[in-house]
Design a protein around this ligand. Sequence first.
Ligand SMILES: NC(=O)C1=CN([C@@H]2O[C@H](COP(=O)(O)OP(=O)(O)OC[C@H]3O[C@@H](n4cnc5c(N)ncnc54)[C@H](OP(=O)(O)O)[C@@H]3O)[C@@H](O)[C@H]2O)C=CC1
Ligand SMILES: CC(=O)C(=O)O
Ligand SMILES: [Mg+2]
Length: 643
Amino acid sequence: MISLNGSVFLNNSLTGASKSLSHSPQRRVQYPVLVAAVSSNGRSGERNVTLLMENTLKEMRDDSAAAEVEPKFAVGGGVEDVYGEDQATEDQPVTPWTVSVASGYSLLRDPHHNKGLAFSEKERDAHFLRGLLPPVVVSHNLQVKKMMHNLRQYQVPLQKYMAMMDLQEMNERLFYKLLIDNVEELLPVVYTPTVGEACQKYGSIFRRPQGLFISLKEKGRILEVLKNWPQRKIQVIVVTDGERILGLGDLGCQGMGIPVGKLSLYTALGGIRPSACLPITIDVGTNNENLLNDEFYIGLRQRRATGQEYAEFMQEFMTAVKQNYGEKVLIQFEDFANHNAFDLLSKYGTSHLVFNDDIQGTASVVLAGLISALKLVGGNLAEHTFLFLGAGEAGTGIAELIALEMSKQTGAPIEESRKKIWLVDSKGLIVSSRMESLQHFKKPWAHEHEPVKELVDTVKAIKPTVLIGSSGAGRTFTKEVIEAMTSFNEKPIVLALSNPTSQSECTAEEAYKWSQGRAIFASGSPFWPVEYNGKVYLSGQANNAYIFPGLGLGLIISGAIRVHDDMLLAASEALAAEVTQENLDKGLIYPPFTNIRKISAHIAVKVAAKAYELGLATRLPQPENLIAYAESCMYSPNYRSYR
Ligand SMILES: NC(=O)C1=CN([C@@H]2O[C@H](COP(=O)(O)OP(=O)(O)OC[C@H]3O[C@@H](n4cnc5c(N)ncnc54)[C@H](OP(=O)(O)O)[C@@H]3O)[C@@H](O)[C@H]2O)C=CC1
Ligand SMILES: CC(=O)C(=O)O
Ligand SMILES: [Mg+2]
């Protein structure tokens, strides 16, 4: 290869005008000039070019052999026809060379390197940008200010979302600087609640594909599909099959908004390099009739594959991921329906570095919130009684981690700790008389009690100190429910975890109003501060976004090969430790997101330390100063200077 003006030209025996291959001394077959340029950092283009070169060489050999029989073509490059396309006949295959040079026009359209108006005068000269930009040179900060100004003009959240996605596709570092510098304001745009609406309307708003779509059409070829992704060094994959998107149900292929959103938080909140993140949607069909009948739907138009067909497809996917990216790529399962989620986690938890965000990440964030909340209400976990509305991934995941922590604190067997925790599903309180018909993940929670159907009656019967909504069913914490909680608790702890906002079990305003300002409240999607009786109440966001970026960073920096429950507990403790007295005084059981990068680094340190302690870390020796190491590994969105 030779480098010229920032371009790299493949220069081997194939380059040079009308290079000929002479496999046979008798016959000579002329081939077009093959010159391919790739961007100077050798990113996506290089592998593709190499592959194309290999394929072309193979074709040449095949053609050459064919030419022994009958020379079909005699192609030579025309004037400046470096690819030999001018003279190619219709039945003659040509290679669709892509030329991408990290300079000039292409540089402006490469989101990883583009700086827009922030290119310096020197860079404009060195990279052939003169005339392609207006003359002004602006700072990164001014670009952020302008983008925020523009975003604030949009009244409709979905418009903000689309503007953010466009920016991500146009100038990645500006996107991340914007998100990091304005995290409280922009999190609800790129994440819940707006991402929910974006997924619902994904078919209509779809402009450019993000991430990898792996559908049943690719069965048997998943490894090949993974190789089409331009980046080789992937550290985190967030994968969904779109069957349980937030509390919005089956959105099929349109669930892609979720892995894309989660991974943008991995970068912005956890400092994982964007090029190391890969969003994937597995499309095995959808059972959503509206989507199946929607002419703009972008996924497979068939009902979901299930059973063996589904399992085999996932097996091929998991095997291909490990084969392509190695043992240490983190796979986060996201928004799978519970009939697959638990099985996938237990099946791959022992062979891959996997975790389920809805089961485990949510558990960790809620436990952290409870550790903080108990500082306000007093008592330890074992002295409290917990009631969940919703006994699926989030509900049973959280319940199990609480029980685990309770047992660690008291030394009691986990079966004993579980007895302090009650769950309600769509059929009512989970009790032992229902055991036979319960899904396996509910069985540990089937305690002795008479059946109770209504939530309000359950609250009155169980008298919980903590009420947690994880049902995906909005408006289920009614006035009567909150009033019942308030009748026997001085400070009822109420967590409405369901997303997006439309599915929240109650609003912050309702929680404070119906409890006469006594509730300690947090929710999965954010609520504005509430004024009640002349006092302003701030509620925290009980969302796994506090955990997965730091957890992922900790796993990566330690080179962990498996996720262990003790890492989730460590993450909870680390997050709870970030809640200040000042936060608690305001009723906040989570720290503000403004400090999230520092918080993620601290979570990462505790997770990494646990990985070393458990013998699951492979990055040896252990760095002496883990916090300094974690921080040094974190991606910064600052522009780089181009030589
Ligand atoms: N804040 C956060 O960080 C997170 C929030 N979530 C949210 O939690 C919600 C649930 O997610 P997940 O646990 O994965 O979903 P699942 O489908 O696994 O579980 C839902 C559970 O809620 C029960 N349920 C549904 N409707 C009602 C109702 N009207 N009354 C009583 N119970 C009901 C279901 O009952 P049955 O089993 O009988 O069908 C099931 O047990 C979603 O809205 C999701 O967005 C999830 C993860 C993280
Ligand atoms: C936050 C999240 O993961 C969910 O609602 O599914
Ligand atoms: Mg989720």
